[in-house]
Design a binder for this molecule. Structure first.
Ligand code: SAM
Length: 184
């Protein structure tokens, strides 16, 4: 079932390493935003530059996308999942195939989609309501997130999701067409 317009959807990036993961974590947050999440939460090493990139893209390209650093991600997950308040979805190559899983994941409460970087704490596999694989081969957290959100959230083409930006991209079969709202 498509999830667009439903309760808050967060993406949690575990185990960020400032130097090694700079680009991939940045891309992960941008992918979360572009594919329908409401916020990205960074855990691991603190990295103001990742937060700045996400804020800057949101200011320029619109929508209301939040980002923040979480020093205690496992404690946050434990409290969020207490009493079934939020659904925790952990993306892992060891999980249940995503096409099967998306039919079983609740869409009527907030959800947190968790992706790893370095080794994920084993508690993650028990704490999550769903351990979901996008294929059972190792690949990238960015690819896994994009495929999963595209399947679960459904189409995000509605331009109203990204209103209020300085730059609006006009889809085109050739070349680059943008409306610069700064000049209006
Ligand atoms: N364990 C390795 C390491 O320490 O570098 C690789 C971690 S992997 C690149 C990072 C994250 O990508 C995983 O924690 C998981 O969230 C996601 N991931 C990778 N392959 C996946 C798959 N086939 N299905 C779902 N998620 C996947």
């Amino acid at each position: 079932m498509a999830r667009a317009q439903l309760p808050r959807l967060s993406v949690l990036r575990l185990g960020h390493r400032r130097e090694r993961d700079k680009r991939i974590t940045s891309h992960l947050g941008l992918t979360a935003r572009a594919f329908g999440a409401d916020e990205v939460v960074l855990a691991g090493e603190e990295d103001p530059s990742a937060l700045e990139t996400w804020k800057s893209v949101t200011e320029r390209f619109g929508g209301s996308f939040d980002c923040r650093y979480e020093p205690k991600p496992m404690a946050w997950l434990r409290s969020s999942s207490k009493d079934g308040e939020a659904t925790i979805v952990h993306l892992t190559m060891y999980g249940q195939p995503w096409r099967e899983a998306i039919t079983e994941i609740s869409t009527d409460k907030p959800a947190i989609v968790v992706v790893g970087g370095t080794k994920v704490p084993s508690e993650m596999f028990h704490l999550s309501n769903h351990n979901v694989s996008v294929g059972n081969q190792p690949h990238s957290e960015v690819a896994a997130l994009a495929v999963f959100l595209d399947s679960w959230v459904g189409p995000i083409d509605d331009p109203s999701r990204f209103e209020g930006g300085l730059i609006e991209v006009v889809p085109s079969t050739r070349g680059k067409i943008v409306i610069n709202h700064e000049e209006e």
